[in-house]
Design a protein around this ligand. Structure first.
Ligand code: ATP
Ligand code: MG
Length: 501
């Protein structure tokens, strides 16, 4: 009986009010789906779903303060609750799903008569239970069913045994909607459950059907997976079941691909372990993605075999691959660009002896101040994910200090003490490309030595540069940037060789 009292307490007032209003009008009302599952394992639901036999029009009449949200018969009732999870309670008319000829959307939505019918279209047993929304749990409870749950597929038992099991025939269920296969893995990772054997076999057999699912749904499900605590295991499971080959095929190129004497894990396992660190640190989604993808370019950049193999340039290959992967999955422009940049720059070198202030400024300019902390975090995930954290953390602290120190220095033309107008006036030239060239040359000089960023000194330099032909200036601007980048590149290559990275 203790448990029943617990359940009674969990029935929120807002939900009971809705249940009461529906029952008064001779309709049924049940808590269903994820919120009931979460309640039964003692987790606070993040949203509340009610199922009923009332039709959407009837619901709108009963609850004038509601919004009819979609074609699936869901009405959102505004409760005026303080609790954000309860502000809008979604009430959905019992439904059956029709055939999915395109494997994406049911061809039609048909309303069902009973809650049992509604439960039969749901994906997993733990998501296919229902509990009446009223205070009479006690009345309906009996010896075998202490909550008076509607539980036709043994969901409560699977919840107890921590099992993800498809409702009905798993092969048919995954053929109806292939995204369910990713949902199985996500619930596994979210709840720390295992996927039941027959359900797992059915996923293996039908993993290829994921191809037919819209990229947006795959993206959203992948994002949800990555935000769970056990996402690293989830990614490994996706690989094992053949789902990763569909959703992120590039990552599977590193499976069982050995590295060199400085690594103990395969490329794939290293990527996954870096993700795991990002999760443990509660990094946001874009950093979790960056951690998972940071070495995605290694298999294609690998040269040689065995302990002395190398991966030079894998960050550039990886940047391109990350762009392709994330674009394909329709991540936002902002996420795509940020993550690709982090992948490209994750190899930055921080040897305290050779790393100059100019190097720190150039790093800041390439990465942007807004991304530099993320880059350090990614590097941390990379280091821990290697399993042999070789580069001492003091080095990273040292670099952070260096970057902090130069972060007020000019790193873009905007930060020069002169602007385009000064160039035109002092060099007496008309608007045109020449101005940009002069500013570029000045910036390269100032990046090397910020002391030069004084108006008088710069004006002197503008006067000298202004005498030169446009072609000559263009060459100089190009050369200044190139030689600076090359000098930096040479230093970095030396260090990389030293550390075999
Ligand atoms: P969470 O909200 O924690 O992500 P959830 O179980 O509530 O988990 P939702 O996506 O909100 O997941 O779906 C609510 C319910 O709708 C599920 O519990 C399940 O019963 C049903 N459901 C959702 N998506 C599907 C699907 N693709 N196939 C079958 N049933 C589904
Ligand atoms: Mg939900």
């Amino acid at each position: 009986m203790g448990k029943i009292r617990e359940m009674e307490k969990l029935q929120k007032k807002e939900i009971l009010d809705i249940g009461l209003a529906l029952e008064k009008a001779n309709f049924e009302a049940y808590l269903v789906g994820g919120c009931l599952r979460d309640l039964l394992i003692g987790k606070e639901p993040k949203d509340w779903d009610v199922a009923t036999n009332a039709k959407p029009e009837e619901l709108q009449k009963l609850f004038p303060e509601s919004v009819y949200e979609n074609q699936f018969g869901t009405v959102g009732v505004k409760t005026g609750s303080e609790d954000s999870a309860l502000k809008i309670v979604e009430i959905t008319t019992y439904r059956l799903e029709g055939k999915y000829t395109d494997k994406r959307h049911p061809d039609e939505v048909r309303f069902a008569k009973t809650v049992e019918e509604d439960l039969s279209r749901r994906d997993f047993t733990i998501n296919a239970m229902a509990l009446r929304c009223d205070t009479n749990i006690r009345m309906r409870a009996n010896d075998t069913n202490e909550y008076g749950l509607v539980d036709p597929y043994g969901g409560k038992n699977d919840l107890k045994n921590k099992i993800i099991r498809a409702v009905g025939n798993p092969e048919e269920r995954f053929q109806e909607d292939a995204l369910r296969m990713m949902r199985a893995v996500r619930f596994m990772a979210q709840l720390g459950f295992t996927i039941e054997a027959e359900t797992g076999e059915a996923i293996k057999k039908h993993s290829g059907l994921l191809e037919f699912i819209s990229k947006e749904r795959v993206r959203d499900e992948l994002s949800k997976l990555l935000m769970t605590e056990n996402a690293a295991d989830g990614i490994r499971k996706m690989q094992e079941l053949g789902l990763l080959k569909q959703a992120l095929p590039e990552l599977t190129e590193g499976v069982e691909m050995g590295q060199n004497k400085h690594h103990i894990y395969s490329v794939f396992e290293h990527n996954v372990r870096s993700l795991d660190y990002a999760i443990k640190q509660n990094f946001p989604l874009h950093l979790r993605l960056a951690s998972l993808l940071h070495d995605v370019g290694k298999p294609r950049a690998k040269r040689g075999d065995g302990p002395d193999s190398t991966f030079y340039g894998h960050q550039v290959v990886g940047e391109k691959m990350a762009l392709e992967i994330l674009d394909r999955l329709h991540f936002s422009r902002e996420d795509v660009e940020k993550i690709a940049l982090l992948v490209r720059e994750h190899m930055f070198v921080y040897d305290p002896e050779t790393f100059t202030d100019a190097g720190a400024r150039r790093l800041l300019r390439r990465v942007g101040k807004e991304n530099i902390d993320d880059l350090f975090k990614l590097r941390e995930a990379d280091r821990i994910g290697s399993g042999v954290p070789k580069a001492q953390p003091y080095r990273l602290r040292h670099l952070k200090f260096r970057v902090e120190k130069v972060s007020q220095d000019p790193i873009s033309a905007k930060m020069l003490k002169v602007n385009g107008a000064d160039v035109m006036r002092e060099a007496n030239i008309q608007p045109g490309p020449k101005i940009g060239f002069v500013l570029s040359i000045l910036l390269e000089e100032v990046l090397d030595d910020p002391i030069l960023n004084e108006k008088e000194k710069l004006i002197e330099r503008i006067k000298a540069l202004g005498q030169m032909e446009e072609k000559q200036l263009a060459e100089m601007a190009k050369f200044a940037k190139k030689s600076a980048d090359e000098a930096q590149g040479r230093i970095e290559e030396e260090i990389k060789k030293k550390y075999f990275i």
